[in-house]
Design a protein around this ligand. Structure first.
Ligand code: ARG
Length: 463
């Protein structure tokens, strides 16, 4: 029955085997071998269900299970030979099973297709990556919290347009990232819950006439339930698209903090010092300490977003149900997941080692007339000026200070009064940067008291 050149798994009606170029474009084993543990777990659950439902014998099931366990060991030991002629991980495993246990191996594929098989393998893999991303994000959030706690009341410049705007606290700035990464975490948690339905049993596209128990395989593989529609099941890659979308937003956040680190660690800013462990030197300029890890993290979004663009483009316009186009899903997601998990760990490491330079931060906070808004607010509160008038008076005072080359607090009372006669000595009480941040106690504001309350809240959340 076997034709020597035809594929042993599906070559029954074929006279010849594939052209070498066909094999090269068709084979996915070069990358989908990463799904081996998931493929074997799926097959073991499927075989156990087939036996429980009386579709295969207990004896065959035991042989299949032992064979699959051995194959997993061989793969983990690096002793398994992956063959491109066998196309993909599913057929590589099944062919080896036949070597090991003989014809009983052929019963494993009853009531199953590679279409539901790859769908379950890939879901299990992406689900595990969601868990890894969630763990990485929690570790990163803890590192931000540690930084926030150490400098809850340290004053630094807050920027808009990268121009000094108003003083803020270091703790507040760190907590801004905790908020961002908490939203990322929630996106992975949410995506994980939605993808946690088991495709096994959808078979090729229409379901099966065998009396299978989909609840049983779903439960065995840790899914909440089986998927509801077989056509949707074998053609759905939403879980991968959601993972890539969440990963892209998360990588955007990583790139933003990375950019701040690049700016802050420069000789012109000196807001922070990156550790030797996360810096590199230059081969020609001995004085250099380059923030390479931060720069790479700033760049990594390109790959992750690129993976998303690639997979959206693959999926767009595909008619139901499975099409081979969908084999193009894996490399993108593998690369994006690897990049994201490494990026989260690198950012956490950099942050743990990061030494913020308190004095430089505070000195910078005071420059650039950063308390001008406090001055305007004082005019409103103390003199009952409309805010627009107060803004104008303050602008005039800023211009005076700029002319003199001094700070707002260095203008004398008579210089102030020359601009507005009712200004009193009390105005100086709001001009210090510490006064400024301490006064910003509105919900979500930068005051150290708020920062400490938020740190306590987040610590509770993360426990
Ligand atoms: N290697 C394939 C993939 O990744 C497995 C499913 C193949 N199904 C098929 N009907 N050819 O999509």
């Amino acid at each position: 029955m076997d034709r020597p050149n035809a594929n042993a798994m599906w070559g029954g009606r074929f006279q010849s085997g594939p052209d070498a170029i066909m094999e090269a474009i068709n084979a996915s084993i070069g990358f989908d071998k990463r799904l081996a543990p998931q493929d074997i777990a799926g097959s073991r659950a499927h075989a156990a269900m087939l036996a429980a439902c009386g579709i295969i014998t207990e004896e065959d099931q035991r042989a299949i299970d032992a064979g699959l366990a051995q194959i997993l060991e061989e793969i983990e030991a690096g002793a398994f030979e992956f063959k491109p002629a066998l196309e993909d991980i599913h057929m590589n495993v099944e062919a080896r099973l036949r070597d090991l246990i003989g014809p009983a191996a052929g019963r494993l594929h009853t009531a199953r297709s590679r279409n539901d098989q790859v769908a379950v393998d890939f879901r299990l893999w992406v689900r595990a990556q969601c868990d890894a991303a969630i763990a990485g994000l929690e570790a990163l959030m803890r590192a931000f919290l540690a930084q926030a706690e150490a400098g809850a009341d340290w004053v630094m410049p807050g920027f808009t347009h990268l121009q000094s705007a108003q003083p803020v606290t270091w703790g507040h700035h760190m907590l801004a990232y905790v908020e961002m990464f908490a939203r990322d975490r929630a996106r992975f948690v949410d995506a994980r819950a939605r993808m946690n339905e088991c495709p096994l049993g959808a078979a090729a596209l229409a379901g099966t006439s065998f009396p299978i128990d989909r609840q049983m395989t779903a439960q065995a593989l840790g899914f909440d339930r089986p998927t509801a529609n077989s056509l949707d099941t074998v053609s759905d890659r939403d879980f991968a698209l959601e993972f890539l979308s969440a990963a892209a937003i998360c990588a955007t956040h990583l790139s933003r903090f990375a950019e701040e680190l690049v700016i802050w660690s420069s000789a012109q800013f000196r807001f922070v010092r990156l550790s030797d462990r996360f810096s590199t030197g230059s081969s020609i300029m001995p004085q250099k300490r380059n923030p390479d890890a931060a720069e790479l993290l700033r760049a990594k979004l390109g790959r992750i977003l690129g993976a998303g663009v690639a997979l959206f483009t693959v999926m767009k316009g595909l008619p139901l149900a499975y099409s081979k186009d969908m084999q193009e899903d894996k490399e993108q997601v593998f690369d994006a997941a690897d990049t994201l998990i490494l990026g989260l760990a690198a950012m956490e490491g950099m942050l743990r080692d990061l030494e913020p330079q308190r004095d430089t931060l505070e000195a910078a906070a005071a420059s650039g007339f950063s308390t001008a808004t406090d001055l305007a607010d004082w005019l409103v509160r103390a003199l009952n000026l409309p805010f627009r008038d107060a803004h104008h008076v303050t602008g005039t005072l800023v211009a005076r200070a700029e002319q003199k080359g001094c700070d707002l607090a260095d203008l004398s009372l008579s210089e102030m009064q020359a601009v507005h006669g009712e200004i009193t000595q009390d105005i100086y009480s709001v001009l210090g940067v510490r006064n400024s941040v301490a006064s910003r106690t509105s919900h979500g504001g930068t005051a150290p008291a708020n920062v400490r309350a938020q740190i306590a809240r987040w610590k509770e959340v993360l426990e």
